[in-house]
Design a protein around this ligand. Structure first.
Ligand SMILES: *[C@@H]1O[C@H](CO)[C@@H](O)[C@H](O)[C@H]1NC(C)=O
Length: 443
């Protein structure tokens, strides 16, 4: 009995007997998503393995994004075989465990990066896989082989379920639609949602049994706008996984909402917005479906990037969201070269910029004294209707507030999307990975 009272022998018991249970009972975890595209990006947004390494001191899990699914045999497949197999990138990532033995390396499937021939994230394949026991079996066997061949510690399913449709966002329409939302949403998204929910839970049970023997991990990441109500049997899913990363970011994006700029990831519900578009609602939904005991399996997703729109002359000059008459995604940043998306160092530079080009002033930052909704920066369109820009983003301070929220709610930790969009070179304030550090400091 005395051994049990001593916290140190408790830890030793853990490490000898039930490593897995001890890990899953921990809180304050930091799950770091690593988008492998960052390794092959051209130009200054390319992140090398040497540049990645300093982050691994802080991450408990590194999630490699992303693998896909073969639509003929439902096996897991690499989305870039030249990189992952010929150039052995999978191996080089998992070999980092030599230097960082505390990190567990997961391979993630889906993540909206498994595209069909039209370049759209393919959900049909992800549903068909669920429907047939032999498809699930084929997937399961291929996952076990892929993990073992490349030295991963587990699999993460960033399953590409169909997403809720964006709502009509115009005046009266918005409200009328809002009140009928419950009636319309489920049918239009997936007629067989009820079956798919059951089959997804079955798939997790099967995977769990296949991975249990080797102590490998099984996790689920919810993608933004995938309805847990439609597709997730919460108690069964939580029972079968080590943790779930919630899709609590990208509630508003230029792709979905080109005409209306708004804060992408508020912590709490905002006036006259979709009541589900905030971190609190998503967390509460999961907590409502299960016991508080499972709260430590829930991780809050936090983005390291901002979402940026073009402001037009009709968008007004106050910058106060929501911004009407936006004109879609803002021009790509210099480093990430992706319209509508700005990495943290790109936003930071726009905030500080000493205009060499005097015609274009830097962005004006607007903080959030309530600490409930998030921050933004903007530059109203000029007299010619040009140079208008609005960006809603996270900085180290707002990310820390989300980590505080996680602690206060007794949740398991934070899932960061992703390391390559943080300031991995320390361009902004000299410190590398400032958003990630700021979260870790709070956890
Ligand atoms: C959670 O449950 C409470 C109490 O039943 C309810 O009022 C609330 O709407 C639920 N929240 C979500 C997000 O499901």
């Amino acid at each position: 009995m005395s051994a049990l009272k001593n916290p140190f022998s408790g830890l030793m018991l853990c490490s000898f007997l039930v490593i897995l249970q001890c890990i899953s009972a921990e809180v304050g975890k930091l799950v770091c998503f690593y988008d492998a595209k960052s390794f092959v990006r051209e130009g200054p947004a390319q992140m090398s393995l040497t540049e990645l390494e300093p982050a691994l001191t802080f991450c408990n899990f590194l999630v490699y994004g992303y693998a896909g699914i073969d639509d003929e045999n439902y096996k897991i497949k690499s989305l870039n075989p030249t990189l992952t197999h010929d150039r052995q990138h999978y191996r080089h990532i998992t070999a980092l465990r030599q230097k960082f033995p505390h990190v567990r390396f997961l391979l993630s499937v889906g993540g909206d990066q498994d595209l069909d021939s039209e370049g759209v994230a393919d959900s049909g394949k992800y549903l068909r896989l669920l429907e047939q026991p032999e498809h699930r079996k084929s997937f399961q066997a291929s996952v076990v082989a892929e993990l073992n061949n490349h030295g991963f510690d587990g699999i993460d399913l960033s399953w590409q379920f169909p997403k809720n449709k964006p709502k009509v966002q115009q005046g009266v329409f918005k409200r009328v639609w809002g009140s009928f939302r419950g009636l319309f949403s489920s049918k239009s998204v997936d007629e067989k949602a009820e079956e798919h929910k059951e089959q997804f839970a079955t798939l997790l049970g099967e995977l769990r049994s296949a991975l249990r023997g080797s102590g490998q991990l099984l996790t689920v990441s919810m993608l933004p706008h995938v309805s847990a109500e439609l597709f997730i049997d919460v108690p069964t899913v939580l029972n079968n996984v080590d943790f779930v990363n919630l899709g609590t970011y990208d509630f508003q994006t230029p792709e979905r909402d080109p005409k209306e700029a708004d804060l992408p990831a508020p912590l709490y519900e905002m006036y006259d917005r979709d009541p589900s578009h905030n971190v609190m609602h998503q967390v509460q939904y999961w907590l409502n479906q299960t016991s508080q005991i499972s709260a430590h399996k829930l991780h809050v997703g936090v983005a390291t990037y901002g979402r940026a729109w073009i402001m037009t002359r009709n968008s007004g000059i106050t910058g106060y969201p929501p911004i009407p008459a936006a004109n879609g995604a803002a021009p790509a940043g210099r480093q990430t070269v992706t319209p509508g998306l700005l990495s943290w160092p790109e936003t930071c530079e726009l905030l500080q910029q000493q205009p060499k080009d005097r015609d274009v002033p830097h962005l004006r930052k607007v903080g959030d004294p309530t600490k409930r909704f998030g921050i933004y920066a903007y530059r109203a369109a000029d007299d010619k209707g040009e140079n208008g820009l609005w960006v809603g983003y996270e900085d180290p301070t707002t990310a820390a507030l989300k980590a505080d929220f996680v602690q206060a709610k007794g949740l398991g930790g934070v899932a960061l999307h992703d390391l390559s969009m943080d300031d991995f070179r320390g361009q902004c304030a000299g410190e590398k990975f400032p958003i990630m550090r700021s979260i870790k400091f709070k956890l």
